[in-house]
Design a protein around this ligand. Structure first.
Ligand code: FES
Length: 102
């Protein structure tokens, strides 16, 4: 397996024991995984890997995602339009400042 060029970690609010309970999951963050994967494929962004994570500790800004190796943190990802906006910027080699968590 080749290492990915980028790795997106989408918060799914997983807890060590039991079901996801956090804000990102409650706001639908986990449900965006499939859409994100489909969009990456449709856009030919095949060197980007997606993983879901436990709480990223920015719940007040969730649903949240981190992109490496840039270490760019995004928040307020409330739906497919937000995913599209972030991916549009990534395709242009830019960071979408509307969603960044600093
Ligand atoms: S549950 Fe997503 S940042 Fe805390």
């Amino acid at each position: 397996m080749e290492k990915p060029g980028k790795h997106m970690f989408l918060c799914a609010s997983f807890r060590a024991n039991g079901e996801p309970q956090g804000i990102c999951n409650k706001k639908g963050g986990s449900a965006l995984v499939q859409y994100l994967q489909e969009e990456l494929t449709d856009r030919g962004m095949t060197d980007v890997m997606i993983s879901t994570t436990s709480c990223l500790k920015v719940c007040d800004r969730g649903p949240a995602m981190v992109v490496y190796p840039e270490n760019t943190w995004y928040g307020g990802i409330n739906g497919e339009d937000d995913i599209d906006a972030i991916l549009d910027s990534m395709e242009d080699g830019e960071v979408n400042g509307e969603y960044t968590i600093t």
